[in-house]
Ligand binder design. Sequence first.
Ligand SMILES: NC(=O)c1ccc[n+]([C@@H]2O[C@H](COP(=O)([O-])OP(=O)(O)OC[C@H]3O[C@@H](n4cnc5c(N)ncnc54)[C@H](OP(=O)(O)O)[C@@H]3O)[C@@H](O)[C@H]2O)c1
Length: 275
Amino acid sequence: MSQLHVIRLNNDVLIPVVGLGVYKMSASQETLGAIEHALRIGYRHIDTARIYNNEEIVGKAISSFFIPREQIFITTKVWNSDQGYNQTIKAFNKSLEKLNLKYIDLYLIHWPVQGKRKETWQALETLYEEGKVRAIGVSNYLLPHLEELMGYCKIPPAVNQLELHPYIYGSRIDTINFCRQNKIIPIAYSPLTKGQRLKDPALLKIASKYKKSTAQILLRWAVQHSFVVIPKSSVQSRIAENFQIFDFQISDQDMEALDGFNEGLATGWDPTDTL
Ligand SMILES: NC(=O)c1ccc[n+]([C@@H]2O[C@H](COP(=O)([O-])OP(=O)(O)OC[C@H]3O[C@@H](n4cnc5c(N)ncnc54)[C@H](OP(=O)(O)O)[C@@H]3O)[C@@H](O)[C@H]2O)c1
Protein backbone atom coordinates (compact mmCIF):
# COMPACT_ATOMS: atom_id res chain seq x y z
CA MET A 1 0.00 0.00 0.00
CA SER A 2 1.38 3.43 -0.92
CA GLN A 3 2.67 5.27 2.14
CA LEU A 4 0.96 8.43 0.89
CA HIS A 5 -2.36 9.37 2.44
CA VAL A 6 -2.56 6.67 5.05
CA ILE A 7 -2.94 6.84 8.81
CA ARG A 8 -1.21 4.43 11.16
CA LEU A 9 -3.59 2.71 13.58
CA ASN A 10 -2.65 1.89 17.18
CA ASN A 11 -1.52 -1.61 16.10
CA ASP A 12 0.62 -0.24 13.20
CA VAL A 13 -1.87 -1.25 10.48
CA LEU A 14 -2.14 1.46 7.81
CA ILE A 15 -5.57 2.72 6.78
CA PRO A 16 -6.05 4.80 3.61
CA VAL A 17 -7.35 8.24 4.58
CA VAL A 18 -10.08 8.31 1.92
CA GLY A 19 -12.41 5.37 1.46
CA LEU A 20 -15.50 4.84 -0.64
CA GLY A 21 -18.63 4.49 1.51
CA VAL A 22 -21.20 2.19 -0.06
CA TYR A 23 -24.26 2.71 2.17
CA LYS A 24 -27.46 2.83 0.09
CA MET A 25 -25.65 1.41 -2.94
CA SER A 26 -27.72 -1.50 -4.15
CA ALA A 27 -26.27 -4.88 -5.11
CA SER A 28 -26.36 -3.89 -8.79
CA GLN A 29 -24.20 -3.57 -11.90
CA GLU A 30 -24.15 0.18 -11.28
CA THR A 31 -22.59 -0.34 -7.87
CA LEU A 32 -20.08 -2.78 -9.30
CA GLY A 33 -19.14 -0.14 -11.89
CA ALA A 34 -18.84 2.59 -9.25
CA ILE A 35 -16.54 0.52 -7.02
CA GLU A 36 -14.42 -0.56 -9.99
CA HIS A 37 -14.15 3.07 -11.07
CA ALA A 38 -13.02 4.05 -7.57
CA LEU A 39 -10.34 1.35 -7.59
CA ARG A 40 -9.21 2.40 -11.07
CA ILE A 41 -8.61 6.00 -10.00
CA GLY A 42 -6.76 5.11 -6.80
CA TYR A 43 -9.18 4.37 -3.97
CA ARG A 44 -7.86 1.48 -1.87
CA HIS A 45 -10.44 1.49 0.92
CA ILE A 46 -14.10 0.43 0.80
CA ASP A 47 -16.49 0.83 3.72
CA THR A 48 -19.42 -1.59 3.77
CA ALA A 49 -21.55 -3.33 6.43
CA ARG A 50 -23.69 -6.43 6.78
CA ILE A 51 -26.82 -4.26 6.87
CA TYR A 52 -25.96 -2.53 3.57
CA ASN A 53 -26.65 -5.82 1.76
CA ASN A 54 -23.91 -5.26 -0.77
CA GLU A 55 -20.91 -7.17 0.59
CA GLU A 56 -21.21 -9.62 -2.29
CA ILE A 57 -20.90 -6.88 -4.90
CA VAL A 58 -17.95 -5.34 -3.01
CA GLY A 59 -16.25 -8.76 -3.07
CA LYS A 60 -16.98 -9.11 -6.76
CA ALA A 61 -15.50 -5.68 -7.55
CA ILE A 62 -12.30 -6.48 -5.64
CA SER A 63 -11.82 -9.87 -7.24
CA SER A 64 -12.55 -8.60 -10.75
CA PHE A 65 -9.91 -5.94 -10.36
CA PHE A 66 -6.23 -6.67 -10.62
CA ILE A 67 -4.99 -5.25 -7.34
CA PRO A 68 -3.22 -7.50 -4.83
CA ARG A 69 -5.54 -8.20 -1.89
CA GLU A 70 -3.07 -6.75 0.61
CA GLN A 71 -3.26 -3.38 -1.14
CA ILE A 72 -6.99 -3.00 -0.55
CA PHE A 73 -8.49 -2.09 2.81
CA ILE A 74 -11.96 -3.49 3.49
CA THR A 75 -14.15 -2.51 6.42
CA THR A 76 -17.39 -4.23 7.39
CA LYS A 77 -19.54 -4.15 10.49
CA VAL A 78 -21.62 -6.41 12.72
CA TRP A 79 -25.27 -5.32 12.76
CA ASN A 80 -27.40 -4.91 15.88
CA SER A 81 -29.46 -8.09 15.44
CA ASP A 82 -26.23 -10.13 15.20
CA GLN A 83 -24.68 -8.80 18.41
CA GLY A 84 -23.66 -11.17 21.23
CA TYR A 85 -20.58 -13.43 21.27
CA ASN A 86 -21.66 -16.44 19.18
CA GLN A 87 -23.89 -14.46 16.83
CA THR A 88 -21.07 -12.01 16.09
CA ILE A 89 -18.65 -14.82 15.16
CA LYS A 90 -21.35 -16.30 12.93
CA ALA A 91 -22.11 -12.92 11.31
CA PHE A 92 -18.40 -12.31 10.72
CA ASN A 93 -18.03 -15.62 8.91
CA LYS A 94 -21.05 -14.78 6.79
CA SER A 95 -19.52 -11.40 5.87
CA LEU A 96 -16.24 -13.11 4.99
CA GLU A 97 -18.12 -15.53 2.75
CA LYS A 98 -20.15 -12.78 1.06
CA LEU A 99 -17.04 -10.68 0.49
CA ASN A 100 -15.25 -13.79 -0.75
CA LEU A 101 -12.23 -12.91 1.38
CA LYS A 102 -9.89 -14.80 3.71
CA TYR A 103 -9.59 -11.89 6.13
CA ILE A 104 -11.10 -8.46 6.72
CA ASP A 105 -9.01 -5.38 7.38
CA LEU A 106 -11.30 -3.67 9.85
CA TYR A 107 -14.33 -5.08 11.66
CA LEU A 108 -16.58 -2.75 13.62
CA ILE A 109 -19.46 -2.92 16.06
CA HIS A 110 -21.96 -0.92 14.01
CA TRP A 111 -23.96 0.47 16.89
CA PRO A 112 -23.65 0.48 20.73
CA VAL A 113 -26.51 -1.93 21.47
CA GLN A 114 -27.39 -1.88 25.16
CA GLY A 115 -26.64 -5.10 27.04
CA LYS A 116 -24.68 -6.71 24.17
CA ARG A 117 -21.68 -4.45 23.84
CA LYS A 118 -19.23 -6.39 26.04
CA GLU A 119 -19.85 -9.86 24.58
CA THR A 120 -19.76 -8.45 21.07
CA TRP A 121 -16.43 -6.78 21.74
CA GLN A 122 -15.04 -10.03 23.15
CA ALA A 123 -16.00 -11.75 19.89
CA LEU A 124 -14.10 -9.09 17.94
CA GLU A 125 -11.07 -9.70 20.19
CA THR A 126 -11.26 -13.43 19.42
CA LEU A 127 -11.43 -12.74 15.66
CA TYR A 128 -8.44 -10.42 15.97
CA GLU A 129 -6.42 -12.94 17.98
CA GLU A 130 -7.21 -15.61 15.38
CA GLY A 131 -5.85 -13.32 12.63
CA LYS A 132 -9.16 -13.14 10.78
CA VAL A 133 -9.25 -9.37 11.02
CA ARG A 134 -6.33 -6.92 10.99
CA ALA A 135 -7.93 -4.31 13.22
CA ILE A 136 -11.08 -3.95 15.31
CA GLY A 137 -13.11 -0.95 16.30
CA VAL A 138 -16.48 0.55 17.03
CA SER A 139 -18.99 2.85 15.39
CA ASN A 140 -21.40 5.41 16.81
CA TYR A 141 -19.73 5.22 20.21
CA LEU A 142 -19.93 8.43 22.24
CA LEU A 143 -17.75 9.26 25.23
CA PRO A 144 -19.68 7.13 27.81
CA HIS A 145 -19.66 4.08 25.47
CA LEU A 146 -15.91 4.46 24.92
CA GLU A 147 -15.18 4.89 28.64
CA GLU A 148 -17.17 1.74 29.36
CA LEU A 149 -15.31 -0.20 26.62
CA MET A 150 -11.89 0.95 27.82
CA GLY A 151 -12.83 -0.43 31.25
CA TYR A 152 -13.11 -4.05 30.06
CA CYS A 153 -11.29 -4.44 26.73
CA LYS A 154 -8.12 -6.53 26.41
CA ILE A 155 -7.49 -5.03 22.98
CA PRO A 156 -8.35 -1.34 22.69
CA PRO A 157 -10.38 -0.20 19.65
CA ALA A 158 -8.31 1.09 16.73
CA VAL A 159 -11.05 3.38 15.39
CA ASN A 160 -14.42 4.92 16.17
CA GLN A 161 -16.54 5.57 13.09
CA LEU A 162 -19.04 8.34 13.73
CA GLU A 163 -20.89 11.09 11.92
CA LEU A 164 -18.44 13.96 11.52
CA HIS A 165 -18.57 17.19 9.53
CA PRO A 166 -18.39 20.85 10.57
CA TYR A 167 -22.14 20.93 11.28
CA ILE A 168 -21.82 18.38 14.12
CA TYR A 169 -18.13 18.67 15.10
CA GLY A 170 -18.70 20.97 18.10
CA SER A 171 -21.20 18.49 19.57
CA ARG A 172 -18.74 15.58 19.28
CA ILE A 173 -15.62 17.31 20.57
CA ASP A 174 -15.51 15.44 23.92
CA THR A 175 -15.71 12.09 22.07
CA ILE A 176 -13.01 13.18 19.60
CA ASN A 177 -10.71 14.37 22.39
CA PHE A 178 -11.11 11.03 24.19
CA CYS A 179 -10.29 9.22 20.93
CA ARG A 180 -7.14 11.27 20.47
CA GLN A 181 -6.01 10.72 24.08
CA ASN A 182 -6.51 6.95 23.65
CA LYS A 183 -5.02 6.54 20.15
CA ILE A 184 -8.41 5.76 18.60
CA ILE A 185 -8.67 7.14 15.04
CA PRO A 186 -11.99 8.86 14.28
CA ILE A 187 -13.49 7.84 10.93
CA ALA A 188 -15.86 10.50 9.60
CA TYR A 189 -19.04 9.06 8.17
CA SER A 190 -21.61 11.15 6.29
CA PRO A 191 -18.72 13.63 5.82
CA LEU A 192 -20.76 15.40 3.12
CA THR A 193 -23.80 15.77 5.43
CA LYS A 194 -25.54 13.36 3.00
CA GLY A 195 -25.60 16.35 0.67
CA GLN A 196 -27.72 18.45 3.05
CA ARG A 197 -25.34 21.39 3.54
CA LEU A 198 -23.41 21.41 0.24
CA LYS A 199 -25.18 24.63 -0.77
CA ASP A 200 -24.69 26.42 2.54
CA PRO A 201 -23.65 30.02 1.58
CA ALA A 202 -20.94 30.17 4.27
CA LEU A 203 -19.41 26.94 2.94
CA LEU A 204 -19.78 28.11 -0.68
CA LYS A 205 -17.83 31.25 0.22
CA ILE A 206 -14.88 29.22 1.55
CA ALA A 207 -15.04 26.84 -1.43
CA SER A 208 -14.88 29.70 -3.96
CA LYS A 209 -11.80 31.09 -2.22
CA TYR A 210 -9.93 27.79 -2.79
CA LYS A 211 -11.55 27.17 -6.21
CA LYS A 212 -12.80 23.82 -4.89
CA SER A 213 -16.24 22.29 -4.53
CA THR A 214 -18.02 22.42 -1.18
CA ALA A 215 -17.70 18.60 -1.02
CA GLN A 216 -13.91 18.91 -1.38
CA ILE A 217 -13.77 21.52 1.39
CA LEU A 218 -15.69 19.25 3.78
CA LEU A 219 -13.43 16.29 3.01
CA ARG A 220 -10.23 18.34 3.24
CA TRP A 221 -11.42 19.78 6.57
CA ALA A 222 -11.79 16.22 7.90
CA VAL A 223 -8.38 15.14 6.62
CA GLN A 224 -6.70 18.19 8.19
CA HIS A 225 -8.24 17.11 11.49
CA SER A 226 -6.54 13.71 10.94
CA PHE A 227 -9.85 11.93 10.47
CA VAL A 228 -10.29 9.15 7.93
CA VAL A 229 -13.18 10.02 5.52
CA ILE A 230 -15.54 7.68 3.68
CA PRO A 231 -17.70 9.74 1.28
CA LYS A 232 -20.33 7.83 -0.67
CA SER A 233 -21.06 8.46 -4.33
CA SER A 234 -22.38 6.32 -7.17
CA VAL A 235 -21.44 8.95 -9.75
CA GLN A 236 -18.05 8.52 -11.42
CA SER A 237 -17.24 12.24 -11.65
CA ARG A 238 -18.05 12.73 -7.95
CA ILE A 239 -16.07 9.65 -6.92
CA ALA A 240 -13.10 11.32 -8.63
CA GLU A 241 -13.85 14.77 -7.18
CA ASN A 242 -14.00 13.35 -3.66
CA PHE A 243 -10.53 11.86 -4.08
CA GLN A 244 -8.93 15.12 -5.30
CA ILE A 245 -8.35 16.74 -1.95
CA PHE A 246 -4.60 16.47 -1.55
CA ASP A 247 -3.51 19.40 -3.72
CA PHE A 248 -4.54 22.24 -1.42
CA GLN A 249 -4.47 23.28 2.22
CA ILE A 250 -7.21 25.04 4.19
CA SER A 251 -5.72 27.88 6.27
CA ASP A 252 -5.85 27.76 10.09
CA GLN A 253 -8.26 30.67 10.02
CA ASP A 254 -10.69 28.91 7.67
CA MET A 255 -10.34 25.64 9.63
CA GLU A 256 -11.42 27.57 12.72
CA ALA A 257 -14.32 29.11 10.83
CA LEU A 258 -15.45 25.65 9.65
CA ASP A 259 -15.09 24.26 13.20
CA GLY A 260 -17.60 26.92 14.24
CA PHE A 261 -20.34 25.78 11.81
CA ASN A 262 -21.76 23.42 14.44
CA GLU A 263 -25.53 23.13 14.63
CA GLY A 264 -25.67 19.62 16.13
CA LEU A 265 -26.74 18.23 12.76
CA ALA A 266 -27.10 14.44 12.96
CA THR A 267 -28.24 13.37 9.48
CA GLY A 268 -28.65 9.76 10.62
CA TRP A 269 -29.50 8.16 13.95
CA ASP A 270 -28.20 9.97 16.95
CA PRO A 271 -26.33 7.63 19.34
CA THR A 272 -27.07 9.93 22.26
CA ASP A 273 -30.34 7.95 22.40
CA THR A 274 -28.44 4.80 23.52
CA LEU A 275 -26.60 6.34 26.47
N1 LIG B 1 -21.31 3.55 10.80
C1 LIG B 1 -22.47 4.08 10.52
O1 LIG B 1 -23.44 3.98 11.29
C2 LIG B 1 -22.64 4.82 9.23
C3 LIG B 1 -23.76 5.64 9.03
C4 LIG B 1 -23.86 6.34 7.82
C5 LIG B 1 -22.87 6.21 6.88
N2 LIG B 1 -21.80 5.38 7.08
C6 LIG B 1 -20.73 5.21 6.05
O2 LIG B 1 -20.32 6.47 5.58
C7 LIG B 1 -20.49 6.56 4.17
C8 LIG B 1 -20.81 7.97 3.74
O3 LIG B 1 -21.92 8.50 4.42
P1 LIG B 1 -23.33 8.76 3.72
O4 LIG B 1 -23.51 7.85 2.59
O5 LIG B 1 -24.34 8.74 4.81
O6 LIG B 1 -23.27 10.27 3.26
P2 LIG B 1 -22.23 11.28 2.55
O7 LIG B 1 -21.04 10.58 2.05
O8 LIG B 1 -22.08 12.43 3.49
O9 LIG B 1 -23.12 11.82 1.35
C9 LIG B 1 -23.52 11.01 0.30
C10 LIG B 1 -24.47 11.85 -0.57
O10 LIG B 1 -23.76 12.94 -1.15
C11 LIG B 1 -23.82 12.85 -2.58
N3 LIG B 1 -22.48 13.22 -3.08
C12 LIG B 1 -21.34 12.49 -3.00
N4 LIG B 1 -20.29 13.16 -3.50
C13 LIG B 1 -20.78 14.35 -3.91
C14 LIG B 1 -20.19 15.47 -4.52
N5 LIG B 1 -18.89 15.53 -4.77
N6 LIG B 1 -21.00 16.53 -4.82
C15 LIG B 1 -22.31 16.51 -4.54
N7 LIG B 1 -22.94 15.47 -3.95
C16 LIG B 1 -22.17 14.40 -3.63
C17 LIG B 1 -24.19 11.42 -2.89
O11 LIG B 1 -24.96 11.33 -4.09
P3 LIG B 1 -24.46 10.50 -5.39
O12 LIG B 1 -24.25 9.09 -4.98
O13 LIG B 1 -25.61 10.71 -6.31
O14 LIG B 1 -23.20 11.17 -5.84
C18 LIG B 1 -25.07 11.05 -1.70
O15 LIG B 1 -26.38 11.51 -1.89
C19 LIG B 1 -21.63 5.55 3.91
O16 LIG B 1 -21.72 5.18 2.56
C20 LIG B 1 -21.23 4.44 4.84
O17 LIG B 1 -20.18 3.67 4.26
C21 LIG B 1 -21.66 4.71 8.25
